[in-house]
Design a protein around this ligand. Sequence first.
Ligand code: SAH
Length: 227
Amino acid sequence: MIHRLDLRPEAKGVGMTSQRARDRMVERLREQGIRDERVLNVMRALPRHAFIDEALASRAYEDTALPIGKAQTISQPWVVARMTEALIEQGMPATVLEIGTGSGYQTAVLASLGIRVFTVERIEELLRTARPRFRTLNLHELIRSKHADGNLGWAENGPFDAILLTCAAPMLVQPLLAQLNDPGVLISPVGTEAGKQKLLRVAKREGRSLEQDLGPVSFVPLLPGVL
Ligand code: SAH
């Protein structure tokens, strides 16, 4: 099910934030190897410019990460597309745990696919900015968010069909793997140095975990504690 987006006029955008700008972004994603039409359709519909500061809105559909304050960034569209594709490739999960809400864009992409998303963010101010966006887009019923250290996951709502980290962990986070369903899939950037991180997919099946390297990525770090 693709969730119907309820767009207010200000979310619809004009010029650099128009439907045409989003169409061009999607064509670029296709050229860069994104194949899943469900992902492409959702990213064609979702206003990425509504997830960043107005001053940067004209750059919303460039294939680049952009600052969202507090030294954090909204992930680059290609990375969001690649991670989402990897997450749903083996079947659409009913529930996803996301670590690192940030702007809320990745959260909204997942909810737009009809997935129930549990998202955890350690910086309260970012969460406070992200939440009204979910409501504006009429996605709030599919999204639960909390201000906490994502290293611990969200055990009360687990196990989850899928887990996605939008920040880089030094290594796979074991407490999160423990909250993953069997079968289930976890997508995590791993590595400490920017430029030397890799995107890992761990598929859990019949008690065994299969690890796959999806290639080099660059993410802000997974940090301990809350702000
Ligand atoms: N998906 C987001 C990515 C934001 S960047 C977007 O596209 O906007 C990654 C986010 O992970 C940051 O907001 C950062 O604060 C958060 N983060 C880092 N360590 C965390 C932790 N331990 N628990 C929860 N969130 C964390």
